[in-house]
Design a protein around this ligand. Structure first.
Ligand SMILES: O=P(O)(O)O[C@H]1[C@H](O)[C@@H](O)[C@H](O)[C@@H](O)[C@@H]1O
Ligand SMILES: [Mg+2]
Ligand SMILES: [Mg+2]
Length: 296
């Protein structure tokens, strides 16, 4: 088995360096400001990593937003979210992370999530455990859904189907009941909460590979379970994820939540007026036929 520890250590050092980027250029609107910062951090990361590993490939949120093709091949690939929690960043809500995963042959070898404001560095390497600031991490191991804190995200979708599915899924979980439902505004940190036992599960439909790839391996290496939202095999490109403290909790959440249509990350972007757009919104094929059988 190849040893990617050198890449992991380099990834950790660039994530910490990029997280020190404090200077914020004032622009005309919060959206401009944050876009500039996101792009700057992604450039810092990709330029440092590609100088050291010129053969490696990248999937970066901002590069994809700028029109770059999103394609996960067998080549060593860094999957980067330069700022996970952009809305938090704008509003100074204190959960903002840099998320970096590294995949070879489409398998994640390691993940790094640097929660910058908290100064918490989560990392995990396949088969070698998960760590927070160097200390081993473990999920809670909780198996009883009625004793769980469950994390999800509100996400960016605002169409009626997405919103009604999202709210009814929260309703269903609260009625089970669970102890609580939380949303921190960054999927990467949400999932790291599961890895460290602060929460017992996370689920969402609609996040992108750069939001969840790093934290998925961190949860698994902390002893947790990562599945599709139907309880099946997790595919990092599918935008559907449950991360849980145990199979029992993952399966229970899969039974309860209803899915809604979501374009895969590796699907060709929509055509708009004859031009490719970077639009990867949740819209498209109808729900699966068994959706109506989900528990209320
Ligand atoms: O901040 P970004 O990287 O755009 O990712 C966030 C996503 O856009 C939001 O919709 C979610 O609610 C956050 O949890 C993501 O992490
Ligand atoms: Mg993100
Ligand atoms: Mg981002």
């Amino acid at each position: 088995m190849a040893d990617w520890t050198d890449c992991l250590n380099f990834g950790i050092s660039v994530a910490k360096r990029a997280g020190e980027q404090k200077e914020v250029k004032l622009k005309s609107s919060p959206a401009d400001l944050v876009t500039e910062t996101d792009q700057r951090v992604e450039k810092i990361l990709i330029s440092a990593i590609s100088t050291r590993y010129p053969q490696h490939r990248f999937i970066g949120e901002e590069s994809v937003a700028a029109g770059e093709r999103l394609q996960l091949t067998d080549s060593p690939t860094w999957i980067i979210d330069p700022i996970d929690g952009t809305v938090n960043f704008v509003h100074r809500f204190p959960f903002v992370a840099i998320s970096i995963a590294f995949a070879v042959n489409k398998q994640t070898e390691f993940g790094i999530v640097y929660s910058c404001v908290e100064d918490k560095l989560f990392h995990a390497q396949r088969g070698r455990g998960a760590f927070l600031n160097g200390e081993p991490l473990h999920v809670s191991g909780q198996e009883d859904i009625s004793r769980c804190v469950v994390v999800t995200e509100i996400g960016a979708e605002r169409d009626d189907l997405a919103l009604s599915t999202l709210t009814s899924n929260i309703f269903r979980l609260l009625k089970l009941p669970v102890h609580g439902v939380r949303a921190l505004g960054t999927a990467a940190v949400d999932m790291c909460q599961v890895a460290m036992g602060g929460a017992d599960a996370y689920y969402h439909i609609g996040m992108h590979c750069w939001d969840i790839a790093a934290s998925a391996i961190i949860v698994r290496e902390a002893g947790g379970v990562v599945t599709d939202t139907d309880g099946g095999w997790f595919d990092v490109m599918s935008r559907r994820v449950i991360a849980a403290s145990s199979s029992a909790v993952a399966n229970r959440i899969a039974q309860v939540i209803r899915p809604f249509p979501c374009r895969r990350d590796d699907e060709e972007p929509l055509q708009s007026g004859g031009q490719l757009t970077a639009d990867r919104k949740c819209a498209g094929p109808l729900m699966k036929s068994d959706d109506t059988n989900k528990t209320h």
